[in-house]
Design a protein around this ligand. Structure first.
Ligand code: HPA
Length: 302
């Protein structure tokens, strides 16, 4: 590029510092709309609640009635999950009387996807008119009470992934350039989840989730650092999706399944098999909690 052209480009960037909506990332709104139309062409249901089912938790969608299963590969522009424990299909169906969309598996930064690709399904939910998103994950427990098998309602997060899915030009049809992240994890939904968990005798906790990119697990020193900065849980997902969901005004519930004590807390190494085995062991409890919370969320957003 000639110096003159480069100067002109810098000048335009300066006049348009936050990225005006007119120059929004080409086509994201349209591609998400196309994917939403595709999903709607496969089912008569119109879900108001979407669920992202993390490692080992995808089986919840097997319990939907009137289910339509759509492999991610068939949905236009949808990213494909490569992680073990992630089936990679969208299931539209009903939990009781409530129509829901459930993602059996998600994609992660550690698979090589960009933050924007990771949140594409959330963009699709926004275009489908979904009002609430329930994000689930497997996490390492940093807080000592968060022992293996506990279910923890996420109260807030710390983004240590070094990226944000909203960098670049903003498309105001999705949301504001600078959107608020106070109360990103809906207070009412959190209360409902704790309440229902306690009714079920699960003994619910709340905690702050720190997201790193992975794929390596943390070092014990990193876990000590995370505890110092206020994290109770650690994982490799969820945060980009929460940011995108809030960008479009969808209300969020986040629930972590503590699949292991974080690195260095116990005198033993971490492995992914343990993560999947723990998720498998507690999934009954987890599913009961989701079944109890979904009708209450549906009533709250009606
Ligand atoms: N660290 C990061 N991600 C995780 C962990 C962990 O200990 N357990 C499950 N996902």
């Amino acid at each position: 590029m000639s110096p003159k052209k480069a100067r002109r480009k810098r000048k335009i960037a300066f006049q348009n510092p936050a990225g005006a909506s007119k120059q929004a990332s080409p086509g994201e709104f349209e591609s998400a709309g196309g994917a939403a139309d595709f999903v709607f062409s496969r089912t008569k249901l119109r879900p108001q609640i979407a669920l992202v089912l993390g490692s080992g938790l995808g089986a919840f969608a097997e319990e939907f009635s009137d289910a339509t299963k759509i492999p991610y590969g068939e949905i236009p522009y949808f990213p494909r999950s490569t992680a073990v424990g992630h089936a990679g299909q969208l299931v539209i169906g009903k939990v009781g009387a409530v129509s829901v969309a459930g993602m059996q598996g998600r994609v992660h930064l550690y698979e090589g996807y960009s933050a924007k690709e990771i949140v594409f399904p959330v963009r699709v939910f926004a275009r489908m008119g979904v009002k609430a998103v329930i994000l689930t994950n497997a996490a390492g427990g940093i807080k000592r009470e968060f022992s293996q098998g506990r279910l923890v309602v996420i109260s807030d997060h710390i983004n240590l992934q070094g990226v944000n899915p909203l960098t670049g030009p903003n498309d105001e049809r999705f949301g504001l350039r600078f959107h608020d992240m106070t109360g990103a994890y809906d207070r009412r939904f959190r209360e409902m989840a704790v309440d229902e968990g306690n009714h079920l005798g699960i003994g619910m906790y709340e905690g702050v989730y720190a997201a790193l990119t992975g794929p390596s697990y943390e070092t014990p020193a990193e876990i000590r650092y995370l505890r110092t900065i206020g994290a109770d849980l650690v994982g490799m997902s969820t945060v980009p999706e929460v940011i995108a969901a809030r960008h479009s005004g969808m209300r969020v519930l986040g629930i972590s399944c503590v699949t292991n004590a974080a690195a260095g807390i116990l005198d033993q190494p971490l492995n992914h098999l343990e993560v999947l085995e723990t998720a498998e062991r507690v999934k009954g409890q987890f599913f009961n909690l989701l079944k109890a919370v979904i009708p209450r969320i549906a009533a709250a957003i009606a």
